[in-house]
Design a protein around this ligand. Structure first.
Ligand SMILES: Cc1cc2nc3c(=O)[nH]c(=O)nc-3n(C[C@H](O)[C@H](O)[C@H](O)COP(=O)(O)O)c2cc1C
Length: 221
């Protein structure tokens, strides 16, 4: 208990409840809706922490025929037609970014990678330095690559010079969500339903990302 109380006895709650002037982009890719839902929970958590939030999808790169061939994909694609697509200007705008992606063979989806690969100009001009970032993921199996997928995103973030604000074990809600300290992750069953209850962990992660971004912003003023 001494160990746990050391972990959780901190001022992070106080920081999270204060109003912030942080601008947060939640950038996601989703074929069947899981990561869109995670993104929406992150938006809720960040807004509760006082952040200004944009939920943005990365452009779909798969051919229309592939989308049409999968009813769940087609349905989600149509339902989220009005979600704005992320642009490079959104990255410049954001103080903090939360990424959310389904695993693809233990890695991020090519749609997200394609977007990240357009950030070379911003990177070259130092525009991504000190962005506060964290990431979430989903997979069909409990050990299907959630952690590796999140870490694959963080590899790019280190190149950006971003500050990774992983949740770690900063709140007990992480345990109830499966205990992934790299970022909240969830398992999805064959019908597309989430297996673990991760809503609270997502909201905690969002609040923590906002509070770290606030600290970074303050230190620059
Ligand atoms: C090409 C492809 C590769 C996948 N690879 C994995 C995998 O390695 N491990 C796993 O557990 N699930 C894998 N999945 C399942 C997806 O991760 C799962 O459908 C996704 O997390 C659901 O998220 P979404 O509803 O946001 O699309 C794969 C799915 C596809 C289409």
């Amino acid at each position: 208990m001494g160990f746990l109380s050391k972990l959780f006895k901190n001022d992070s709650k106080k920081e999270m409840e204060s109003m912030s002037n942080v601008k947060l982009a939640v950038i996601y890719y989703s074929s069947s809706g899981t990561n869109y839902q995670l993104a929406q929970w992150a938006e809720e958590g960040a807004k509760e922490a006082g952040a200004e939030v944009k939920v943005l999808k990365v452009p779909e790169t798969a051919p229309q025929s592939a989308i049409e061939s999968n009813p769940a994909w087609k349905k989600h694609h149509e339902e989220t037609k009005n979600v704005p697509e992320v642009t490079l200007e959104d990255l410049e705008w954001a103080d903090a970014i939360i990424f959310s992606v389904p695993t693809r063979f233990g890695n991020m989806p090519s749609q997200m990678k394609a977007f990240l690969d357009t950030t070379g100009g911003l990177w070259f001009n130092g525009k991504l330095v000190n962005k506060v970032v964290s990431a979430m993921a989903s997979a069909q199996n409990p050990h299907g690559g959630q952690e590796a997928t999140i870490l694959s995103l963080y590899t790019t973030m280190y190149h950006w010079g971003a500050i990774v604000a992983a949740p770690g074990y900063t709140d007990p809600v992480t345990f109830a969500a499966g205990g992934n300290p790299y970022g909240t992750s969830v398992t999805v069953d064959q019908d597309g339903n989430m297996v673990e209850d991760v809503q609270a962990a997502v909201k905690h992660q969002a609040k923590r990302t906002v509070s770290v971004a606030e600290m970074v912003k303050k230190s620059h003023n």
